[in-house]
Design a protein around this ligand. Structure first.
Ligand code: ATP
Length: 328
């Protein structure tokens, strides 16, 4: 697939004396029909990069092109193929129906009168809003408004969609519907740059994950590699009572371990490289240590979540891998 967004060695600073370096030598590509998730803590530079691609900010140095158009030399051509969805309540007309909002924006975007109806019908279908099309937007749920934003953005059939926190504040089923709408846009070949702190969005939608930290790209991998970079694949939690197991021993044998002791019992949390028979036997040996007077009530094993990967490689670094907490 051809690359639709090409960012090459982009730097951007703010301030009269360039005291804030928001982006430093950033290179990134997004292909047609690809969803790339841009992850990073607050202030990492995500918004700055999105704004540069949307031609709202100029880079201090470096090159950016969108669908073959240079953002500095041909900003109009870029704007014609890029759509941004920042969401929220702003920008929609509450008293008008969803369909009328779309017709209004279609006219504003210069879609010829004869093609407006078909364009509106098409985006209502992709965003799952056909049934609600003739209701006033003020009666829409937050998720429906968010999908209407997406519909407005897709009216001109953009080649690039910049999505910022698309599911924030949505309940799980609304968030799923929104992800469905994004997935169908991706199917139609749109290149999507997704900025989100909701790692479920990333997990469900992204083909690649780019981790930005202090204005620099720390990693750029496919979703699976990103997941593996945490160095473990499962999280096991053991609940029991009596003498707590020794965190240090568990960490040596199994990877990383944390023991929490509470009046009613203890919890052993483990991050294991692999949940297999060797791991299972080692864990059993630790728990079964003779004469320690310990009872195991349950063991939960869950596959690694993206949150765990992010906190282990991108979030605050943990220097200790065996901890004991005593709660009172
Ligand atoms: N207009 C501005 N003037 C000065 N500094 C700015 C300006 N906009 C952003 N910055 C700084 O540039 C850096 C990158 O900010 P940016 O908003 O791109 O980060 P972000 O990753 O989008 O953060 P968030 O997740 O909080 O939205 C931060 O240090 C920020 O304080």
């Amino acid at each position: 697939m051809p690359d639709v967004i090409v960012v090459e060695s982009v730097s951007r600073h703010y301030g009269r004396h360039a005291e804030v370096q928001a982006l430093h030598d950033v290179s990134l590509r997004v292909a047609e029909g690809e969803v790339v998730a841009l992850l990073g803590d607050n202030g990492a530079g995500k918004t700055t990069l999105s704004k540069i691609i949307a031609t709202l900010l100029l880079p201090s140095s470096g090159l950016v092109s969108v669908a073959g158009h240079d953002i500095v030399r041909s900003p109009r051509a870029v704007r014609a193929v890029v759509s941004s969805v920042f969401g929220g309540e702003r920008g929609l007309y509450g008293r008008l129906s969803g369909r009328h909002n779309l017709e209004f924006f279609a006219a504003l975007k210069g879609i010829p009168h004869s093609r407006i109806e078909a364009a509106v019908d098409e985006v209502l279908a992709t965003t799952g809003l056909r049934d609600a099309a003739d209701r006033a937007v003020r009666s829409y749920s937050r998720g429906m408004k968010q999908r209407l934003h997406l519909a407005v953005s897709s009216l001109t059939r953009p080649r690039v969609l910049l999505l910022d926190e698309p599911t924030i504040g949505l309940d799980p089923s609304e968030a799923d519907r929104l992800r469905g709408a994004v997935a169908s846009l991706r199917e139609s070949g749109v290149a999507i740059l997704l900025t989100s702190h909701q790692l479920l969005d990333v997990e469900r939608l992204a083909d690649r994950v780019v981790l930005l930290s202090q204005g620099q790209i720390r990693s750029d991998t496919d979703l699976e590699t990103f997941r593996r970079s945490a160095g473990y694949t499962a999280v096991a939690t053991v609940y029991g009572s009596g003498t707590p197991p020794r965190a240090q021993e568990a960490a040596q044998q199994l990877g990383s371990a944390e023991v929490r002791v509470e009046p009613e019992g203890w919890t052993l949390s483990l991050r294991v490289r692999r949940w297999d028979t060797t791991t299972f036997r080692r864990l059993a040996a630790i728990l079964d240590a003779a004469g320690e007077g310990r009872e195991v009530h349950s063991i939960d094993v869950a596959p690694l979540r993206l949150e765990d990967v992010y906190s282990s490689i991108g979030g605050p670094q943990k220097s200790v891998n065996a901890n004991v907490h005593h709660a009172r």
